[in-house]
Design a binder for this molecule. Structure first.
Ligand SMILES: [Zn+2]
Length: 340
């Protein structure tokens, strides 16, 4: 009897674990819940690859901002393929068949993690199972400096690139991972990263200086989705998004109305669209504000989760950050001038 029920229990456990495997393969799991301790530094588990003695390193990155890091740090040594181009929303992105074959051929895969690439989590887990190493550039960043919004299902806010000092840690992660995988070119990666980090330090100062030109009470940033919380914390803006941290959830009529009430009440002069999110959402807010007898301008387009076209200034991380702060400051100070 005891043996039989033991066997039955074992069967149930087996079926349950099989279900878990299937669920994981379907990509329904979420990564990095807030309760998790600091993730290991990205490079900790990386072994040198002997294949790289006679050829360049093949890298696949998800969002453009990470592709840019790899190009900066890897230089001529890295052949980088970015999966998500201009205007692509990483929260909603699903892997195509050609993406999967690119991922399979990569020596290393870099992604943001923190549930940004929600639709890719299953594919990336599968790659790791197949021995194609995928590294989250946010691993190893002290979890206590990350934002954990209560309405984001126990996960951290993934949009860390809007605090330039946090994004510098992502650069260090890429540098250390490439150096561990390809120690023969470690000097090159170190030198390239040092030069890039210096540029990013200057960028951080630039954003701080520009932000300071906006009167404090005018520094309320309203955008299509909640991508700018790290920006707000780092550079002193109050931030509100129409959609939440992820665009997986659509804004409701009540969300539009709430935000419109806030804008009318605070007499906010400009709101902003984002290049990776349909304009109609922000336009709906604008109409709802106008219905209350207050006029709010579209202050311009920001690059939130995707960079601009390749070959343009906004097609680089530094260019997109500069474009954003210049657009924000331009719209906020011109409306300040009008009011006076
Ligand atoms: Zn986002």
């Amino acid at each position: 009897m005891i043996k039989q029920s033991g066997a039955r229990l074992w069967n149930i456990a087996f079926i349950a674990s099989l279900l878990l495997v299937i669920l994981a393969a379907c990509g329904t799991t979420t990564d990095t819940p807030a309760a998790e301790p600091n993730a290991q530094p990205a490079a900790a588990a990386i072994q040198p690859s002997p294949d790289l003695a006679n050829r360049n390193i093949r890298v696949v990155a998800t969002v453009g901002m990470i592709t840019d890091i790899v190009q900066q740090v890897g230089g001529d040594r890295a052949e980088v393929e970015g999966l998500m181009g201009p205007g692509v929303d990483p929260h909603l992105y699903k892997a195509s068949e050609s993406d999967v074959s690119k991922l399979q051929q990569a020596d290393i895969i870099f992604y943001n993690g923190l549930h940004l690439e929600a639709g890719l989590s299953g594919v990336l887990e599968r790659m790791n199972d197949l021995g194609n190493t995928a590294v989250a550039v946010t691993d190893g960043i002290d979890r206590s400096v990350l934002l954990a919004p209560p309405d984001f299902e126990g996960a951290y806010d993934p949009h860390i690139w809007f605090d330039v000092t946090l994004w510098m840690q992502a650069v260090e992660n890429v540098r250390d991972t490439l150096s561990a995988l390809d120690p023969g070119s470690a000097d090159l990666y170190q030198a390239n990263a040092a030069a890039y980090l210096q540029e990013l330090e200057a960028l951080h100062t630039y954003v701080q200086e520009q932000a300071a030109t906006v009167p404090e009470e005018q520094r309320v940033l309203i955008t299509a989705h909640d991508a700018f919380n790290y920006f707000g914390r780092a550079y002193g803006f109050e931030v509100r998004g129409l959609q939440g941290i992820s665009t997986e959830t659509e804004a409701s009529t009540a969300d539009v109305q709430d935000l419109a009430d806030f804008i009318a009440e605070r007499q906010i002069q400009a709101i902003f669209i984002e290049s990776s999110i349909p304009v109609r959402n922000v336009e709906a807010v604008q109409s709802a504000v106008q219905a209350q007898g207050h006029n709010v301008q579209i202050g311009g387009e920001l690059f939130s989760d995707a960079m601009g076209e390749p070959g343009t200034i906004e097609g680089t991380y530094i260019g997109m950050v500069r474009h954003n702060i210049d657009t924000i400051v331009g719209a906020m100070t011109s409306t300040t001038a009008q009011q006076r």
